[in-house]
Design a binder for this molecule. Structure first.
Ligand code: IVH
Length: 724
């Protein structure tokens, strides 16, 4: 297909086309094909293969080519239409008031905002000039400009509303006499899709409006997914070994357009309203800001960060303020939106094609970018977990330069089909660590083997074990592993652990790398002289750190336990353990059964504590720390004290046969209440066998081993009660 073939005037086009270099004709055709393909993936399938920024780049390249050689322009060029398609399966909905799009300001610096203010002003000025033209001139404008416009022309700052640009899917909610009757996607702006069944599942969207609802009102806004809801969803997917989702936007858009609303059960969606569609029987407020307040009063969520600002400076300040808080927001935004507040002024400004002159979207740097995967390294975490980390060709994404990103685990890496040398998509949004979410399509030019997890810890050489249903790989080196040592020290020094002020990652790095400390207890041997010898460490900070170390010696058992960094033992569990056992030695010697008696301690936690204290080197560390002067007040430990005072504590019983009055269960409960344990079989450790009628082999075994046999009366006497 050549550009000339599409022109309405073949001859003229042919002569013009001759001026276009063949390479540019081919490039434009290739760009159109690619853009069509990616637009379909994005809008129709909700499964884009490339980041938005990469699409925009292709789009802009085509736009530039078409601007340079108008002959290249074809009717089907992606630059010539608003893309969007109605899926077969969802019912088309014709919007009574079209859903517009807005012009985008791609200058991501705050200055981009100045241009919008300028454009509004110069348009109003040109309109005013048209009123001065003679009536015979086709450009003549008969009606004079309104009061708001005249004020602007006199130099008054324009009142704007600045809002967040939510990164989700636009939705039109139609309320008739206050009841939600239909929800539709934007589609191509004229016709969308009926997604009422899915939208009804979003708790934030009222099925009935509050207050005095008009006969008809359409409320427009964005369905989106919060970052934490998205992370949780992906975490669940990872645990299941399932496919993870690329980003909150695609997930929300995909969910809304499901045919079966059951598919939304595990995806929590949210909504913010930002405007109106068709309205009947209701007087529109005179400003957009008042409209948003009214929408809020109807019971819909409207984001609180919206602001009424004055003039270009107001827009710039808003842009900067939101840029600074973007990462801290609980959801993704891809920019901010500025709107002229006065409705009268909006009318005056009108539209260019399908974009209002009174609104503009001002972008922030993209949160997804494509870059080359140069290598994969294994990072060993504090708990010994091995994580594959992507070493990337540095790329500017989400406002910073990223050269490392997580690949989560080897199974996810395989599923995504990512290999070294690929062009991958990196996402960095909010405080979440940058991650590789997929690879760009394209064939590899050479064979690259699949990545494999090492069998030995790359840091300490210990055997790598697989955990959590085989999903995680973990180093078994514990406190020996230098990687875990650094992190163990940081955790140990943490505010909620030993609270050693000034012992941050830089110092820990230096201390360990310089070989000054190899084990936790050695921390307490550090003197000012040794510390002051470190790079960038002044005498003052050295003595501060020594003082902080000294201060940390006096602590609590709960903090100390938490500080040890035992897997599965967080702050709360550490507190529970401290309260229960009261003393370190009692805890270290506690059996799995005894650990299970602690509130909220289940088999996995109990096992993890046991494993920790079964390692001789871990016990050594505890001893050395105590020797270094770490102390706390040991209590009796509520449960421990109680247990020791109980008549049967430390004694194990075996029940056999039928007792005259007590059921098996009752007997067991009473023994346990008195501090004893009930075991299922007789051994040398059994204290006594309680036998009733028709006792079986357990009684024989008791005789064999010479273990005392009690009847019910004897048991009750031991317990200090009589049957009742
Ligand atoms: S106003 C005529 N306000 O950005 C104005 N749009 O084309 C219509 N968006 O997909 C849109 N946040 O869904 C507006 N605060 C906001 C928005 C917003 C996100 C989306 C909208 C549409 C695109 C604009």
């Amino acid at each position: 297909m050549t550009a000339a073939g599409d022109s309405p005037d073949p001859q003229a086009a042919a002569s013009r086309a001759q001026e276009v270099p063949a390479a540019d004709v081919a490039r434009a055709a290739a760009l159109r094909d690619q853009l069509h393909h990616h637009a379909h993936r994005y809008y129709v399938l909700d499964a884009p293969e490339i980041p938005d920024a990469a699409y925009d780049q292709l789009f802009q390249e085509l736009q530039a080519l078409e601007a340079q050689y108008p002959a290249l322009l074809t009717a089907d060029s992606p630059t010539q239409r608003v893309i969007g398609q109605v899926l077969p399966g969802l019912t088309p909905v014709r919007h009574t008031v079209p859903m517009l799009s807005i012009r985008t300001e791609t200058d991501t610096t705050a200055e981009g905002a100045l241009r919008f203010d300028q454009q509004v002003r110069s348009f109003l000025a040109s309109e005013q000039r048209r009123t001065l033209l003679p009536a015979s001139d086709p450009r003549h404008r008969a009606e004079p400009l309104g009061a708001d416009a005249l004020q602007v022309l006199e130099g008054h700052p324009i009142d704007f509303v600045a809002e967040l640009k939510f990164d989700g899917l636009a939705i039109n909610l139609r309320y008739e006499v206050g009841v939600l009757v239909q929800a539709a996607t934007r589609g191509d702006g004229e016709t969308g899709e009926d997604v009422t069944h899915n939208i009804r599942t979003i708790g934030q969207i009222p099925l009935r409006l509050q207050g005095d609802a008009p006969p008809l009102i359409e409320i427009r806004g964005e369905v989106y997914m919060r970052r934490d809801d998205f992370e949780r969803l992906n975490e669940r997917q990872r645990e299941k070994g399932g496919k993870t989702f690329i980003n909150p936007r695609n997930t929300a858009a995909g969910a809304v357009r499901q045919l079966d609303s059951g598919a939304l059960a595990d995806k929590k969606l949210s909504f913010y309203a930002y405007g109106l569609g068709d309205v009947q029987g209701w007087d529109l407020p005179p400003t957009h800001s008042a409209t948003l307040d009214a929408i809020e009063a109807f019971g819909l969520p409207v984001n609180a960060e919206r602001a009424r600002v004055q003039g270009a400076e107001g827009l710039v300040a808003f842009h900067q303020r939101i840029a600074a808080m973007r990462d801290a927001l609980p959801f993704d935004i891809d920019g901010v939106v500025y709107k002229v507040d006065s409705r009268a002024l909006q009318r005056e400004l009108g539209f260019v094609t399908r974009e209002p002159r009174w609104a503009v979207a001002h972008k922030y740097p993209a949160q997804e970018q494509a870059t080359r995967l140069n290598g994969i390294e294994i990072q060993v975490g504090r708990t010994g977990k091995l994580t594959p980390v992507a070493k990337l060709e540095p790329v500017f994404v989400g406002g910073t330069t990223v050269s490392n990103a997580t690949l989560h685990n080897v199974f996810e890496l395989r599923r995504k089909g990512v290999r070294i040398g690929d062009t991958v998509i990196v996402r960095r949004a909010g405080d979440v660590i940058p991650e590789v979410v997929g690879r760009m399509p394209g064939a590899r030019t050479q064979y690259v083997p699949n990545f494999r997890m090492p069998r030995e810890c790359p840091v300490c050489g210990s055997t790598v074990v697989r955990e959590r249903g085989g999903m995680d790989h973990r180093c078994s080196g514990g406190l020996f592993c230098p990687a875990q040592r650094k992190q163990a020290m940081l955790h140990f020094a943490g505010r909620r652990a030993m609270d050693i002020e000034g012992l941050g990652d830089k110092i820990v790095d230096q201390l360990v790398d310089a070989g000054l400390i190899r084990t936790l207890p050695e921390l307490y041997t550090l003197g000012v002289a040794k510390l002051a010898a470190l790079d960038r460490m002044a005498e003052k900070s050295a003595s501060n750190l020594v003082a902080a170390l000294d201060k940390s010696r006096q602590t609590t058992l709960a903090r100390f336990l938490y500080a040890l960094g035992i897997r599965q033992v967080g702050e709360t569990t550490a507190k529970d353990l401290a309260r229960h056992f009261g003393a370190m030695d009692r805890l270290m010697d506690a059996s799995t059964e005894q650990l299970l008696q602690v509130r909220d301690v289940g088999p996995i936690v109990a096992q993890s504590i046991r494993t920790f204290f079964d390692q001789p080197h871990n016990r050594e560390v505890v001893e050395q720390l105590r020797a270094a002067g770490i102390t706390w007040t040991e209590g009796e430990g509520a449960a421990a004290a109680q247990a020791e005072a109980l008549p049967l504590s430390g004694k194990t019983f075996v029940l056999t046969g039928t007792l005259p009055t007590l059921s098996r269960e009752e007997a067991k409960e009473r023994i346990e209440a008195a501090g004893g344990k009930v075991a299922g079989s007789v051994s040398k450790k059994t204290h006594a066998v309680v036998a009733g009628e028709e006792a079986g082999s357990k009684l024989d075994k008791a005789h064999e081993l010479g273990i005392p046999v009690l009847d019910e009366a004897a048991l009750l006497a031991l317990l200090g009660t009589t049957p009742g």
